[in-house]
Design a protein around this ligand. Sequence first.
Ligand code: AQP
Length: 413
Amino acid sequence: MNEAKKARVFSGIQPSGDIHIGNYLGAIKKWVDLIEEHDSIFCIVDDHAITVEYEAKKLPERTFEAAAAVMACGLDPSSDNCTLFVQSHVSAHTELTWLFNTITPLGSLFRMTQFKEKSRNALAKILAKESGEARSTVLHELKNTGLQTAEAIEALRPRIEALVPEADEVDEGLLAALNDGLGSVMQGLQVGLGVSGASTGLFDYPVLQAADILLYRASLVPVGEDQEQHLELCREIAGRFNKKFKKRIFPLAQRVPGEAPRIMGLDGKQKMSKSLNNHIGVLDPPKLVEKKIMRAFTDPQRVRREDPGRPEVCNIHRLHRFFSSPAQADELDEGCRQAAIGCGDCKKILAGNVNAALGPIRERADYLKAHPGDVIDALDQGAARCRTLAAQTMDEVHEAMGIGSKALHRFCK
Ligand code: AQP
């Protein structure tokens, strides 16, 4: 393969649970499409998966299953254009994250909506797990931290108002009080978020993601719509690095949209997620797929069989658009509006079509699980190639930033 001629694609998936049809339609299907024309690197991002609560003993199994699942979905690491590896097998990802941390403002990270969503979900999980005294302790802690932070914010107002930007002499005491006051607010926010189970790692997740992409200087990133904000930050970091160190080392990577921008969960409330138990796994057995679909949330206004439905608000209809033929989806749409078909029948048809689409994926996954050596070999070879590519980037990064042994040796020559 002539690597110089092919644009580089990078994307990853967390081994945080069953790979689901949202991951498949939002990202993996596009990965498979891009392989032929691009130098494609895909990664099982285990360093990302450990930023929330997880079971260390189970992680190797999950990592293996995620690799087998994406290979079963059509990723073929034996093809020249496709590299698959596990993030933690290439240590440069975490090193580059640290270096990027030094040029990433905290404010940029506080803007990230995924962090807010995930820390909120972590809090909800803690509250659901705890009961009685333990539960009220968590809530007391949250309330106390919230009140202290609110007080710190109130105390800031007179100091902010006392600051006169036009004054010739800046009041050093006032500046120090302002700085410390803002620090207290920040600390309150951190502790508040800490109560909800959010780690520094979760906060820093988007910087690690930027390092993943930029380590390989990938210009195309096929990910779901939920990752657009993280990619914006990745471009911000690349641009800031190039400017600060006066070297164009990193490209400004662009998102490549998947087939479906965002698949909603079967609960109809949040996006389909591995960790929210609202998903259809690509490797779920047929009976389970049917059971999950039969219980899925539909149009809340369609209470009785004879009520006309609104396919435009129904998640089952959205899924028909991906798994049923256009003619069948149109027919079901019309039947729902006219109340000519009930939700149960509509769901049964969807379950049949989803199972038909997932059948070949399940078969390939069964084969790979019976031949784990095929998966491990592919991952080992992938990691070896990525270590070489990463080392080239890190050499340039070290030189630009004035760190690393080569820079020091050069100085001492
Ligand atoms: N519901 C979705 N619709 C469309 N695309 C989605 N993706 C995830 N959920 C949807 C895309 O799948 C890729 C891999 O995602 P990830 O594993 O890196 O992390 P995630 O986005 O946090 O996925 P989950 O399933 O929601 O996992 P958990 O519950 O562990 O957080 C990404 O390209 C993502 O956009």
